[in-house]
Design a binder for this molecule. Structure first.
Ligand code: MTE
Ligand code: MO
Length: 191
């Protein structure tokens, strides 16, 4: 399946898939945008609770990136649109000691990051995929996209972003997934 233009884009041990599979634990939550909000809290100067309209009024970023699932599928060239993590960060002004971030999704899902990973190009809180409103199963209304880490880190149905001075482990990271998850280094599991 790999053609010339994909050379060097596939991390070791990965296989290309054409369609983006749907992966989740628990149930697919049905979220009403008018009742939904995004909470940004923790070690910050100014915690915020953003409504859907407020999120949509923030600067819009677009980024095309590849998704690499730890179960070995990769889907190339996903077109995402949303708010960049750096734009969200300026709203809350994190404390200088806030070197880590936990991102929370519905149903107890979460993923942990060193803050510098989220400040890289292409890290978005996305609301469209391939020019269409995010489908329910892909994380409607808002999902995280962190293209340079395994896709389990790209939390769907995001409701919260917490800034922390110490690193905690997220949902899968507590169950033996690698705390960092770099697909180029095959940081898949720790057990
Ligand atoms: N809230 C939540 N986010 C999640 C998951 C999940 O189970 N719950 N699964 C993760 C995993 S393992 C992958 S591979 C991607 C899959 O995203 P997709 O279903 O849009 O392809 O979502 C990630 N984000
Ligand atoms: Mo995954």
């Amino acid at each position: 399946m790999q053609n010339h233009s994909n050379a060097g884009r596939l991390p070791p041990g990965q296989i290309i898939t054409k369609k983006l599979p749907v992966m989740y634990v628990g149930d697919i939550p049905q979220i009403n945008r008018t009742e939904w909000s995004l909470k940004i809290f923790g070690e910050v100067q100014k915690p915020v609770l953003l409504s859907w309209d407020e999120v949509r009024q923030l600067p819009k970023s677009r980024y095309t990136s590849d998704a690499h699932c730890v179960t070995t599928w990769s889907r190339l060239d996903n077109h995402w649109e949303g708010v960049s993590f750096s734009d969200l960060l300026t709203l809350v002004n994190p404390d200088p000691t806030a070197n880590f971030v936990m991102v929370y999704g519905e149903q107890g899902y979460s993923a942990n990051f060193p803050i510098h990973d989220l400040l890289r190009d292409g890290v978005l809180l996305a609301y469209t995929l391939d020019d269409k409103e995010l489908a329910t199963e892909h994380g409607f209304p808002l999902r995280l996209v962190v293209p340079h880490l395994y896709f389990w880190k790209s939390v769907k149905w995001v409701w919260g972003i917490e800034f922390l001075s110490t690193n905690k482990l997220g949902f899968w990271e507590q169950s033996g997934y690698h705390p960092h998850g770099d697909p180029w280094l095959q940081q898949r599991y720790t057990v």
